[in-house]
Design a protein around this ligand. Structure first.
Ligand SMILES: C[S@@+](CC[C@H](N)C(=O)[O-])C[C@H]1O[C@@H](n2cnc3c(N)ncnc32)[C@H](O)[C@@H]1O
Length: 458
């Protein structure tokens, strides 16, 4: 049972925070460590209660699960058209949970001494690392959001061993020492991955102790990287539960405010538990939980935030493939309505962000109707919204680890408004600006994940 959860009631522009007792029994801890994008399957190791130092990383022996045939049939029809040959290999990955890889995101608010050595000894290497920049970049100007270098490439802390996204390895070495307090902790997003389907064990909850790491689909971190949160900013996580991306945001920077919004009460409990498990007590004034329908921010919070993340409710391909066939049929019926909701949420986010601020829209489906088409629809009726190219910033530097695609022909071939016409390149530059899609492939099983970054013009 969580000791408390925060609930936010909005009255005009002021927030009132109340402490509530959680009424429902806590969800199992094993689920809390897994991003919803990773699907529901979790294997607890027998010795996980002894803590991370004693944990063994084991090859997962997952029970064979049967896929939901109505969902698979629908995906086959749609995705073979949208992805061509890539669908066959993506399908093979999605239908083989034994091949799935898991990332380990370290928690900067906990004591993580020894975990990096343990990970490295098990064959994990650092995928992403952002922190204080020590490198000067001629091509980029520090302080300019749109031109600053990809943080995951340039800003690794000295004295830590990691693999750069370009594949070069740095001889570094020192583990992060105990840094539980906000004042002493450096904003540093660190995620380790393994080339095989090895899974670091989940951590048990211990009251009063922060978890040391969060297990996730590493592609879930890409929308957070695209958001580029900086210290002191006001950030809205519009669709926040179970809170994986909120935790990741807090690894990257120390915002003045992170508002985690989740309208579903059960999922909000889960979110509150996640925040309690990963964030230091000193952050409770900066991180708040809100319970609104995300679409209402269009009226209530106009122009308030520097950055907004819309990690939208979506088809969630991994999870849908393993639901029962009755549930699958039901979900497919409701699927057609998702793009409308997603576009409303994106419009609401664009209204909640200040002029010059940034919205990142993401989903964990391959469906172009919920991805590129939603972005294109919203851009067409929001003249103040300008899409930004993530291909160069994220797609190219991280292509060794993720399989990226931009919009397939049909999206972006006929831009609907002049401001979206490709000014300086082929039509592919317009398609890149609609967003990038991570497609699971053998050996790079991350995704599905779509991300698009949109700036509200000043
Ligand atoms: C993909 S999940 C978010 C995952 C989360 N960002 C994370 O990284 O852990 C989408 C969430 O949106 C929530 N949601 C559904 N309808 C919503 C709405 N109208 N406004 C805001 N959130 C909504 C769902 O309950 C769900 O928790």
């Amino acid at each position: 049972m969580s000791k408390y959860m925060f609930s936010i009631h909005q009255s005009s522009s002021t927030w009132r925070r109340t402490s509530l007792k959680t009424k429902k029994p806590s969800p199992p801890w094993c689920l809390w460590s897994v991003n919803c994008h990773s699907g529901p399957e979790v294997v607890l190791q027998p010795n996980e209660r002894q803590g991370a130092h004693n944990n063994q990383v084991t090859k997962r022996h997952r029970k064979a699960r049967s896929s939901c045939l109505p969902v698979l049939g629908c995906f086959d029809q749609q995705y073979s058209q949208e992805l061509g040959d890539l669908w066959a290999s993506a399908r093979a990955v999605l239908l083989d949970p034994r091949s799935w890889q898991y990332g380990v995101m370290l928690n900067r608010f906990s004591t993580v001494t020894g975990i990096t050595q343990l990970l490295q000894s098990q064959g994990f290497s650092m995928l992403l690392c952002n922190g204080p920049s020590t490198v000067s970049h001629s091509k980029y100007q520090a302080g300019k959001d749109s031109l600053s270098p990809p943080d995951h490439i340039s800003k690794c802390p000295p004295n830590d061993s990691h693999l750069q996204p370009d594949g070069t390895s740095r001889a570094l070495g020192q583990d992060l020492q105990s840094e539980p307090s906000l004042s002493s902790s450096r904003p540093t997003l660190q995620c380790y991955i393994h080339p095989c389907s090895l899974r670091f064990p989940s951590q048990a909850h211990r009251p009063g102790q922060l978890k040391q790491y969060y297990l996730l689909n590493a592609a879930s971190l890409l929308p957070v990287l695209a958001l580029k949160v900086r210290d002191g900013e006001k950030v809205l996580d519009l669709c926040s539960a179970p809170g994986g991306k909120a935790v990741a945001i807090m690894q990257c920077a120390t915002p003045a405010l992170l508002c985690c919004n989740e309208p579903d009460p059960h999922r909000r409990d889960w979110l509150a538990k996640t925040l309690e498990s990963f964030l230091s007590q000193s952050l409770t004034s900066r991180v708040i939980v809100s319970a609104q329908d995300g679409r209402s921010f269009v009226n209530s919070e106009a122009g308030t935030y520097d950055k907004v993340l819309v990690d939208a409710p979506c088809s969630n391909d991994r999870s849908w493939l393993y639901c029962g066939s009755q549930q699958g049929e039901q979900r497919l019926k409701e699927r057609a309505r998702l793009p409308v909701l997603q576009a409303q949420l994106l419009r609401s986010a664009l209204s909640a962000v200040r002029p010059g601020g940034v919205v990142v829209y993401s989903t964990c489906t391959l469906s172009s109707f919920e991805n590129f088409a939603v972005v294109e629809t919203v851009l067409n009726d929001c003249p103040e919204a300008e899409p930004e190219d993530l291909w160069e910033e994220i797609g190219i530097p991280l292509s060794k680890y993720f399989t990226f695609r931009s919009a397939h022909p049909g999206h972006g071939q006929t831009p609907h408004k002049p401001s979206l016409q490709p000014q300086d390149g082929p039509s592919s530059s317009y398609r890149h600006r609609l967003g990038i899609l991570v497609i699971p492939q053998p050996g790079k099983t991350w995704g599905p994940m779509f991300l698009s970054r949109i700036r509200r013009r000043k």
